[in-house]
Each structure stands twice: as C-alpha cells, then as structure tokens.
Ligand binder design. Structure first.
Ligand SMILES: [Zn+2]
Ligand SMILES: [Zn+2]
Length: 472
C-alpha cells in the first residue's frame, strides 16, 4: 500500500493523508482546510491532488476545520461514499462547516463590495454553499470509540480516544494485503493529560506505522497552576481589584466550553462574586455547547461528576450567551466589570476583534490569549509586546494588559508527544517501522525528530514533505 501526505506536512493546517491499497482502493484520512496555502486554492486551480470521485472511504479524526474544512468541497466534487467519525465529531463538524460556509460567503460579499467592478472576477469564490454542507453532512456514518468496524476483508478501523476535543479520535487502520496485516496509527490531534472536560488520550498498541502530530515540538507548556487557580487570578486582578473587563479570545468549540466550565466550578466554590457577569459572545458556541451534555460518556470523571451533581456544565447565574448582532452591539457598550469570551482564538476577524479593539486602549482591561496563535494573526501580533498595534487600518495604543496562558491548550507539548511516541515504541517494539511527524511547523518537527533520534529512534523517524509518498 501507499501512504501519501497531502496536507499538514511541514506545516500545521490542512490535514489530509491518503492510503492507497494495492487494489487501488483509496482511504482518505481527514480533509482539512489549509490556512497556510501561499496561493489561494481557487487560483491554484485545484483543492485536491486527486479526483474526489476516486476516493472510496473517508475517515475523520475530529471536528476542527483544519481537519474537516474541505469535506463539503470533496463531496460537492464527486465523493459519494461515507465519512466515518464518532457521533460527537459528526455533530460538531456539522456546526463548524455551516459556520465556515457562512464566513466564506460573508467575506466574499464584503470583498465584492470593496473591489472595483473590473477586478471582481479575481476575487476567490467561496469553496462551498450551505446546501453543499448539508449534502456533505448527510454522508456521515458514525462509529463509536473502541468498536472495531470491518469495511471489507482487507480493511478494518478502530477509533480510540485522542483526548483533544469532545469526540476526537485517533484512528487505527488495519490493512491486510497478500495475507499480511499491517496496522497504521493516525493520532489526529492529541490532547494534554488532565484536560478540562475530555478524557485523557489512549495509546496505540502494536502498530507498524505511526503518524503523529507535533504541533508543540521543541516547546514546553509554561509550568502553571491548575486551570482554576490560573483563571481565578486573572479574574480577581482584572475584574475585582481593577474593576475592569477580562476579554478572552477562544475558539467556539472546545476552548470556550473548557473556560466556561472552569468559571462554573469557581462559581460553585463561591470564589467569584455573584454580580460578576460572564458573556459568551458566539452563536457557534451556543450551538456546540449542548453537544457536550448530549455525550456524557465522553466526559472525564471530573466533568461527569460535576454534571451528575449540578445537573449541567455550562449554565449558571450571571452567564449570558449572546446570539444576535444586536446583543453583540449592546455588549460593546457594557462598561461594568465582566468576563467576555468570544471567537475566534487567534483574534482574526469575528466578534472578538471588536471586543479587542474596544478594550485595547483601556488600562483596566486584560486580554487573555488562551491558545495557539499562528504567525500573522492579530493574536500573535498582540503577544509581541509592542506599545501600539494596527487594527483595521487604524493605529491603536496598547494600554490594556496582554496576557497569555497555556492551561487551556488542547495540544500536548514536546515532552507529552515524546512520551506518546516512546509509549507506542514500547508497546510495538520492532514491529514499529516508521514514525511520521506531521501537523507542526518545521522547527517544531525538527526539534521532535532530533529528540527522538537521541532516544535511538533515528532510523524510524521521518518528517514527510507535502505530496510525498511512502510504500508500506
Ligand atoms: Zn484539532
Ligand atoms: Zn489540527
């Protein structure tokens, strides 16, 4: 069989890997949007280096757009088969894809309005419509964790807990060719140990090939307090001592729920005063939050116990979920101390950009960056320690406190990924032939490769290139 790296190779986004059996049967693992593509995918002329109609099966690790975002383009382009994922991933992906279609169409309309007539034909069109998203969603076939699924005599699939996001799975793919069975483990995105809400990830056993993420290769998460203490110290300083606003940019799915749940825990312990309002300004968060309570079997012990005791995870006195733009506009004029959680995490556009703009020149406000910010994003620029910043063609002084925390990071750091790989090595021994490092920027991948080489795995570790093929 052949394994082809078609995305997230030597970069973070656009996860997409193709396994082609000797018979020609093609299995696509993930079909993510590539945020790092230098050229616009439309102007490049193709999104996929294959005909969608030639794919036989798709398996999705988890809902994040860098893994799922091109699925509607794949199905609209002719793929008519099943998309296998866990039930929670299917639900969350559906919300994220509709949201993505919406964002693309809004951007397109804005671009049209701001471009001269003669240049309008060069504006990239949205990749898909809402109708095409619905058609794509209809092709999902759900598979629970730990339930092996035999596709045919040659192929079977097992999903295990990845510990990254509700429903996120690592994929164990067993392929039998000429009487020999080989097992390939795709980690998808992994999580940290003891994350909020989700369980710890599980390890592969006895695999022949490992394809692992290495987002934070070479980096160590700051040694920190637990999430409750960390968040409480920001809340106390900003909202109670300084009577200011704590603005937290957070992705609507995953990070927002982890933060809201932590605030709920603090409330239950009586550590946050009743008068302090918490605003979640994100329609997508409103849609995706109930998915957590619909799949309680996926929650870790702490969250499951909390749910049993208090009846819910994300609703408490003082929290308000804002859906409409009118509510959002009202919040922009709310000047009492409060916590504002809004999307997206990297502060690129969206409602959060307005909250950041609204608070950046206020010395009483704190903007707490709680996740990974890719270079070039406003979130990344905020963290550079400058005294002023340009937002939407206007220079603004930075008087607000800009802070950063890793406690809600949904990716493992260097040591955690290394331990994961060493565990796979221990449980697989000589059967493990190759370890492919993906889903990381080049310095991160190189740091991981160097460390694994120092551990004696140099012969096995590969950092594949985009479009590189390997015969397994
Ligand atoms: Zn992810
Ligand atoms: Zn990812």
């Amino acid at each position: 069989m052949k394994l082809s790296f078609l995305g997230a190779a030597r970069q973070v986004t656009g996860s997409m890997y193709l396994v082609t059996l000797d018979t020609g049967y093609k299995i696509l693992i993930d079909c993510g949007m590539d945020y790092e593509m230098k050229k616009n995918p439309v102007s490049r002329g193709y999104l996929f280096p294959f005909e969608p109609v030639t794919i036989d099966l798709v398996i999705l690790t988890h809902a994040h757009i860098d893994h799922s975002g091109n699925l509607p383009a794949l199905t609209a382009g002719g793929y008519k088969g099943s998309i296998i994922s866990t039930p929670a991933t299917a639900e969350l992906t559906s919300f994220l894809l509709f949201d993505s279609a919406n964002i693309q169409w809004n951007d397109y309309r804005k671009n049209l309005a701001n471009t001269k007539k003669t240049r309008r034909e060069f504006i990239p069109k949205p990749l898909f419509t809402e109708k095409q998203v619905q058609e794509c969603v209809d092709q999902f076939l759900t598979l629970h964790l730990h339930k092996p699924f035999k596709v045919n005599d040659q192929i079977s699939i097992k999903l295990i807990e990845a510990g990254h996001l509700l429903g996120a799975a690592s994929i164990e793919l067993s392929i039998t060719e000429k009487g020999v069975t080989q097992k390939i483990g795709f980690t998808g995105d992994l999580g940290r140990t003891n994350s909020k809400l989700v369980k710890n990830g599980e390890f592969f056993e006895n695999i022949n090939y490992l394809i692992t993420e290495s987002t934070y290769g070479g980096r160590k998460h700051l040694v920190e307090k637990n999430p409750e203490d960390e968040l409480l110290s920001y809340i106390q300083k900003t909202c109670i001592e300084f009577r200011g606003r704590l603005v937290i940019p957070a992705f609507s799915v995953g990070r927002t729920q982890a933060i809201v749940f932590t605030i709920h825990q603090l409330k239950q312990k009586g550590l946050i005063p009743g008068w302090l309002k918490v605003f979640v300004d994100s329609p997508l968060a409103i849609k995706s939050t109930p998915v957590y309570e619909r799949h309680p079997y996926l929650l870790n012990e702490e969250a499951a116990n909390f749910l049993r005791t208090h009846g819910n995870l994300f609703h408490f006195e003082g929290i308000e979920y804002l859906e409409g733009m009118d509510e959002h506009d009202e919040l922009l004029k709310y000047y009492d101390p409060c916590i504002i959680i809004s999307a997206a995490g990297m502060v690129e556009g969206g409602r959060i950009q307005e909250h950041v703009t609204n608070n950046i020149e206020n010395p009483y406000s704190t903007i707490l960056i709680a996740g990974f910010c890719a270079e070039g994003t406003l979130g990344h620029r905020l963290l550079q320690g400058q005294s002023s910043i340009r937002i939407k063609n206007k220079d603004r002084n930075i008087y607000a406190k800009i802070a950063r925390t890793d406690v809600f990071s949904s990716h493992p750091d260097h040591d955690e990924v290394k331990n994961y790989v060493m565990n796979a090595q221990e449980k697989s021994g000589d059967n493990l032939k190759k370890i492919f490092l993906v889903h990381g920027d080049v310095p991160q991948l190189m740091a991981m490769q160097a460390d694994l080489t120092a551990e004696g795995l140099g012969d096995k570790v590969v950092v594949p290139d985009m479009q590189e093929d390997f015969y397994l």
